[in-house]
Write a protein that binds this ligand. Structure first.
Ligand code: BEZ
Length: 224
């Protein structure tokens, strides 16, 4: 079955994009990467999403995350659509966005990556791409996958929030609790013994008492 599971290595595909031909691993280099797919060019929700993504490019760059979009149309269509996206953002209708868009006119990559939405068909009865978010780590392995249907636009604030969580938890032995935002306290991972946790988190570990008597709800201020 096509698609990608957490921990899978990103396929090293070649593709034409609005910024030329790429090999995906070379494109990622040593950075984190986000690949987000779109049902089609010149569609309303996608236009708002790409507009927002363009405005947030500096935020992704600050986090060392390379952005790349995919839609099942040609480079020529993508370039023409970019003008609309820039105009939607209140800017000059230029063909350039701060990230490339992959052209996947024959849906080959969308099939390979498990991105098609069987409930959303084009006028010829062919499935459109769903709104997939893949985040890859610097090891090129899949760290996060979110799948939205074509009819629900993504929340890019949430995507930045999960990138912050992924990057923090990749390097520290913590996990982020419900509705966590950068700067909030985090949880000590359950596998870390108390003695080690005390050493690792000098700002303190705070355990909440629970009816079970089990001391698993351990908070610590977000480590640097
Ligand atoms: C959109 O981007 O607006 C869209 C695309 C396909 C189905 C529904 C909405």
């Amino acid at each position: 079955m096509p698609g990608l599971l957490l921990g899978d290595e990103a396929p090293n595909f070649e593709a034409d994009t609005t910024q030329g031909r790429i090999r995906f691993h070379d494109f990622l280099g040593d950075s984190w990467g986000i690949l987000f797919s779109h049902p089609r060019d010149f569609t309303p929700v996608c236009t708002t999403e790409l507009g927002r993504a363009a405005k947030l490019a500096a935020e992704f760059s600050k986090r060392n995350v390379k952005m790349i979009a995919l839609s099942i149309d040609s480079v020529q269509d993508h370039l023409s659509w970019c003008k609309d996206i820039n105009a939607y953002n209140g800017e000059q209708p230029a063909e350039k966005l701060p990230f490339p868009i992959i052209a996947d006119k024959n849906r080959e990559l969308a099939v390979k990556l498990g991105m098609l939405d069987p409930d959303e068909l084009d006028k010829d009865g062919m499935p459109l791409t769903a709104r997939v978010v893949f985040v890859f780590g610097p090891d090129k392995k899949l760290k996060l996958s979110i799948l939205y249907p074509a009819t629900t636009g993504r929340n890019f604030d949430e995507i930045l929030r999960v990138v912050d969580s992924l990057q923090l938890t990749a390097y520290k032995k913590v996990a982020t609790p419900v509705d966590w935002k950068p700067g909030d306290s985090v949880m000590v991972v359950p596998t870390l013994p108390d003695e080690e946790a005390k050493k690792l988190f000098p700002k303190g570990v705070f355990t909440k008492e629970l009816p079970s008597g089990k001391k698993y709800l351990r908070y610590t201020p977000q480590p640097e």
